[in-house]
Design a protein around this ligand. Sequence first.
Ligand code: HXC
Ligand code: NAP
Length: 287
Amino acid sequence: MGPFRPDLLKGKTVLVTGGATGLGRAMAEGFARHGASIALAGRREEKLQEAAEAFREAGHDVFVQSCDVRDPSSLSALADALDERFGGVDVLVNNAAGNFISPTERLSPRAVDAVLNIVLHGTFYATLEFGKRWIAAGRGGTMLNIVTTYAETGSGFVAPSAAAKAGVLALTRSLAVEWARYGIRQVAIAPGPFPTEGAWARLAPTPELAERMADRIPLKRVGDKQELADLAAFLVSDYASYLNGEVVTIDGGEWLQGAGQFNSLLEVTPEQWDRLAELTRTGGKGQ
Ligand code: HXC
Ligand code: NAP
């Protein structure tokens, strides 16, 4: 059981890009459990069919269509199909992404484009396609953009992703103001590490790297997909209708741990603290 009423999203149709796998799928399942009709889009037909079957088995209303967010005509065909099937959508979740760790100096221009085209251009194209339709139809809507904590800070070894997600965050905040007059609301989630097949294969492909992910987090664990799905359900619901342009971080305190200058003192033992307490009281001379 989640924290919300089962009819929280009743009457809403939600499109999740990249919704057949990982966090997109977990969010979509959460929306469906709260009464929403669901549309999933992604490039791989077999992943979409697999997800559709699971949704239908659970008794949920689902529509899937293969779509490449890098291709505006593919998005337009998807939007046409959704107009026909549901009479349009109420919520767009820009979740599709591409990423991998690499020293930046090893990247080719094509490698940079591979990430920027999905994350920044794909999100922008989907936003344009559905935003224009909502404006033309005089109906409002909610856009939920999935970014990362390092969209604010930047991060080495994922520079294309950091640059692209920072762009998506800027888009979120720009349109929060510009499109509010059309009844279009913008929100974002910045997740810390949540193990998914897609992310772990490209960002933590060894057990050592995976362990390091959890170690950095003050709560000493990675996120549970359900925690993210519950946050997303609230943010796209009418109960969040005054939230606009906000990015909500869900990372167990990870990014703050990296930011605070003295946070590495978490490693100091109680005995070491006894000694340090003497030194800090005696100007570093001790007893
Ligand atoms: C260096 C790489 C590379 C790698 C691809 N390239 N993978 N370079 N290291 N690991 C280079 C290729 O050599 C090529 O350049 C160029 O990138 C394009 O490669 P393609 O394989 O043709 O790209 P494409 O088929 O478009 O695939 C895009 C992709 C792929 C991003 C590379 O991984 C993908 O489809 N990912 C989708 C799912 C995903 O990434 N999920 C994780 C999201 S996690 P050259 O010059 O050789 O031709 C996330 C959150 C992170 O975003 C936060 C965690 C805490
Ligand atoms: P994932 O399972 O790999 O999800 C990425 C999805 O995007 C896949 O379903 C993929 O499907 C789809 N996709 C990629 N390129 C696409 C394109 N061109 N057109 C349409 N769909 C495309 O990884 P995830 O971990 O769940 O990531 C989901 C979101 O969370 C991403 O925005 C990611 O940046 C964000 N995030 C994840 C974490 C984490 O720790 N997992 C942390 C911070 C942020 P196809 O390949 O079939 O197209």
